[in-house]
Design a protein around this ligand. Sequence first.
Ligand code: NAD
Ligand code: TDX
Length: 347
Amino acid sequence: MRKILVTGAAGFIGANFVYYILKNFKDDQVIAFDKLTYSGNLANLKECEGDKRYSFIQGDITEKKDLQNAITDQITHIVHFAAESHVDRSITGPEEFIHTNVIGTFRILERIRELKWTEQGGKKMLHVSTDEVYGTLGSEGFFTEETCFQPNSPYSASKASSDHFVRSYFHTYGLPVVTTNCSNNYGPYQFPEKLIPLMTINALLGKPLPVYGKGDNIRDWLHVEDHCSAIETVLAKGKTGETYAIGGRSERTNMDIVNQICAIMDELHPEGKPHSSLITYVKDRLGHDFRYAIDCSKTENELGWKQKHTFEEGLRQTVEWYLANQKWWESILSGEYKDYYKKQYGN
Ligand code: NAD
Ligand code: TDX
């Protein structure tokens, strides 16, 4: 029986991962650990309340004491999601990214070093990272596990730094750690500062759809449930000390995404038709990476992982989820988000 501590469990991917484990692995216990920052939300974990295999601890990964309380000898696995995750926020305020993403990851590594974690002892920590550590691509080529790090934003620089610490703790101390580098996720519970929920909610509210630059930047998209199945696969079968690239083989320009959301909204919310009339080109993101694309053959071939969702079906399902869960995002929109939105997009 595994006792899995999930850091950042009240965030978008963390919450989806907690559900994934509780649903598919009946013998596992999950300890959700989260500071509940602006993007952490207990409402994301509501459906597991009452499940005896689930518990929640409010704590901060940068605080040694909080980690000592949460990472006890009983914990067998850690899946580390907790982070500052939004590129635009890292551009206006980088310091918190260094504190949380670098120092926080370092403190977790120190805690498991203190507890003398070994693979033979049945322990493993999985560090969840991003493809943004590799920098940007032109119109050709793919990132792989061999690609050199060239992070371009303060966010990706902080994640790259944390990845290096994880690697060094394997190399120096032999700790049982593994890292995943994944492309852009989408799906239920994503905080509305990110492209897909932001465009969906704004379309429903009849607000401008702010496209950075010309909208020709390209991202590779993966449904969050497929990211969760990949993480579980790496947790179970990944080789200690290695990294695994995870992607959706679904490259789309930002304009493509926004146009698709508008078309789905025209169908599901005909009174707002045509939603594409809301598209507004705004000032580009500083240092905006042009293209991300992942060759995830290693994860597929060595570990047997495969994604299930197609992008078009997953996007429609996601837009439907935001329409059906208006209360969830309305409470977010009325809080800190209001000030962030004003600063980022003006009035
Ligand atoms: P998110 O912002 O939705 O969630 C982050 C969670 O971490 C929140 O619940 C927050 O409260 C928590 N947190 C922040 N600081 C903390 C601290 N000091 N102590 C404890 N908890 C803290 O982010 P997300 O999109 O779910 O991303 C999760 C992880 O996956 C991040 O590490 C991110 O870099 C990585 N990732 C994200 C994507 C993506 O597309 N969203 C893709 C690849 C990798
Ligand atoms: O209002 C917007 N307008 C716009 O054109 C926003 C919020 C975004 N964009 C563009 C910028 C990007 O090219 O859309 C693209 C996607 O933007 P985000 O949703 O902010 O994601 P991205 O910057 O690509 O980073 C995401 O994927 C990798 C996550 O936020 C990271 O945590 C993850 O590591």
